[in-house]
Design a protein around this ligand. Structure first.
Ligand code: GDP
Length: 331
């Protein structure tokens, strides 16, 4: 257990690649106890100078698209190239599914056995369909522990895809073809977010379906407004099961990285992401602090009652509580 006395030691162990220390630090970061929050902040402050050096990738896809099979193959290829890979698997549906979508212990079994890999399943601890804001800090911890490729994996549920896209450099959408799945990914929003679209299961009888889907995604991407002027999103195909097309995905990630770095777009993106995160956290903390005040709580309870008995419109309720809080702060 990390405490203020062994913080220095923990920091060093993380830097030296001690996976147990990294896992403990992640548990600390995820903790909601006020004492842990202060300790987390101290630990992150110490580790900050060692962050930012990884390629941050996001990967999403429906359950069954082949994410864990792909990550096994992809992670294995990266390790063979001399990289160190961390996977943060976030299950936004865990309050409903009990963590069954990403929580299966047998996922990525080979990758989890490698010394050069670290896998962390993260149940959703917050609002439904969203991922924990702490996930961004878990990425920083992985970077401080010298993982040079950090992958955040999630299923396409609710807000989770947008939230992952807001914390990574390269956002990958894993799709499958055939059996009516062809157009699944051409939903508004996902295509706009994707830097790479990968159609998996390009093997056996499925090759024809994959080719049709590839053309569809390619056409769709041509008409969507580009996320970055310097990068045209690409469509690739692979078979995670047969480990085909995996190196090509990595080459596409490297091409994206090169273009984004050279243009200065990567620096801008990370700065915007960092500032956006800070802003959201401040708003969340400010609200939590305000609603913890007994006078605000009491007033809000009264308003709730009036709202439910239709004496007050929702808009009037919002205006009233906003005025009440503003008055309390500034008078
Ligand atoms: P996840 O839910 O997205 O993590 O999907 P899994 O990786 O667990 O894969 C779901 C199923 O699809 C499993 O039965 C895999 O063996 C299978 N699968 C994954 N990738 C491929 C592939 O490239 N080709 C084929 N034929 N099956 C695959």
């Amino acid at each position: 257990m990390i405490d203020s006395r062994n913080l220095e030691d923990c920091q060093q162990r993380i830097r030296q690649g001690d996976r147990a220390a990294l896992a403990q630090a992640m548990t600390l970061i995820e903790s909601k106890l006020p004492a842990h929050r202060a300790l987390s902040a101290q630990l992150l402050d110490r580790l900050m100078p060692h962050t930012g050096n990884a390629k941050r990738l996001g990967i999403t896809g429906t359950p069954g698209a082949g994410k864990s099979t792909f990550l096994e193959a992809f992670g294995g290829t990266l390790i063979a190239h001399g990289h160190r890979v961390a996977v943060i698997a976030v299950d936004p549906s865990s309050p409903i599914s009990g963590g069954s979508i990403l929580g299966d212990k047998n996922r990525m079994l080979n990758l989890s056995r490698s010394d050069q890999a670290f896998i962390r399943p993260v149940p959703s601890s917050c609002h439904l369909g969203g991922i924990s804001p702490r996930t961004r800090e878990l990425i920083l911890l992985c970077e401080a522990a010298n993982y040079d490729v950090v992958i955040v994996e999630t299923v396409g549920v609710g807000q989770s895809e947008t939230e992952v896209a807001e914390m990574v450099d390269c956002f990958i959408s894993l799709q499958i073809a055939g059996a009516g799945d062809d157009l699944q990914g051409i939903k508004k929003g996902i295509m706009e977010m994707a830097d790479l679209v990968i159609i998996n299961k390009d093997d056996g009888d499925n090759h024809g379906n994959v080719e049709i889907a590839r053309h569809m995604y390619h056409s769709a991407l041509q008409i969507i407004r580009r996320k970055y002027p310097v990068w045209q999103p690409q469509v690739l195909t692979c078979s995670a099961l047969k480990k085909r097309g995996i190196n090509e995905v990595w080459q596409a990630v490297l091409a994206f990285w090169q273009v984004m770095s050279a243009s200065g777009q990567l620096t801008t993106l990370r700065q915007q992401q960092s500032l956006g995160w800070v802003r959201r956290q401040i708003e969340e903390n400010a609200l939590t602090t305000l609603f913890a005040r007994p006078d605000v709580q009491l007033h809000y309870q009264r308003l709730e009652h009036m709202l439910l008995s239709k004496q007050l419109s929702p808009r009037a309720c919002v205006n009233d509580i906003t005025d009440f809080i503003t008055h309390k702060i500034f008078n």
